[in-house]
Each structure stands twice: as C-alpha cells, then as structure tokens.
Design a protein around this ligand. Structure first.
Ligand SMILES: *[C@@H]1O[C@H](CO)[C@@H](O)[C@H](O)[C@H]1NC(C)=O
Length: 134
C-alpha cells in the first residue's frame, strides 16, 4: 500500500471516529435536555398507605406501596411518551389521574403530593396547586 493511501485511510478513519464520539455527546445532551422526571409522594391524611400503579402507552411501571411520606419517581423522554396516568388506591377508594400530559406539563419536573381530596403539583415558585380527583 502506498504511503498516500495509508495516510488517506487514516484520515477517513479519524474523521469517522471523531464524528461518532461527537454524535454520541450530542445525543446524550439532547436526552438530558428533553428528559422529564415525575415524582409522586404519599401525602394522604391519617398516615394512610397509598398504592400507586402508573402506566404510559405500552409501558407499565408496576404496583408500588408507599407509606406516608414515601415517594416514587421515574425519568423519561417525552418525545416518545405524551401521557402517564396512575391509579391511586387507599382503603376502598381508587382514583385515576394523569400525572404527565405533554400538552399541559411543560416543566422538567412533575412533583405531585397525593392527598385525599386530590393531587397537588409543586409549581416552579414552590407553591402547590391542588386539583380535585375528577
Ligand atoms: C421527590 O419528592 C420527595 C419528597 O417526597 C423529595 O424528597 C425528593 O427530593 C423529590 N425528588 C425530586 C427529584 O424532586
């Protein structure tokens, strides 16, 4: 192989390598920018246990028992998912609620505190906005 061809191949390989490395960096950065965390805390009165079961299209996060004050949280990329809904249960009560709705929730953190009267969302200002179950 001539020196010219050797150098040429080395150049091409180097360029491909650099492009791959940079490409991976860009992707990681994108997913960090786009990621959303949902955090659900049991704030039920009377020290009640809360059972939650959250799902998205084609994804099941399983059933979780939360003692009072415990939280369950997950992270995802909303470009693939535009809705997460959960079933909340305590005693003989059960409610469904959409804990993430792409068209409603624009922030990177959906921080919910679950009470008997409904879920409360922490706003960027730190105050809580409470919703009723229906
Ligand atoms: C989730 O909520 C709990 C409070 O129950 C808090 O301690 C925790 O820091 C929250 N996680 C995030 C990522 O905000």
């Amino acid at each position: 192989m001539s020196l010219f061809i050797q150098n040429f191949l080395l150049c091409v390989l180097t360029l491909l390598f650099v492009q791959n490395v940079l490409g991976v960096r860009v992707n990681v950065k994108k997913s960090l920018e786009l990621g959303v965390r949902v955090n659900v805390t049991n704030s039920l009165e009377d020290n009640l246990d809360l059972t939650i079961h959250c799902k998205a299209q084609g994804q099941d996060l399983g059933v979780h028992l939360l003692h009072h004050g415990d939280h369950f949280s997950w992270y995802f990329t909303p470009s693939y998912i535009n809705l997460y809904y959960c079933l909340f249960q305590w005693n003989d009560v059960s409610h469904y609620y959409d804990v993430f709705l792409a068209r409603r929730d624009r922030s990177k953190l959906c921080n919910w505190y679950i009470t008997k009267s409904g879920p409360c969302k922490v706003l960027p200002s730190g105050s809580r906005e409470c919703h009723s179950w229906d």
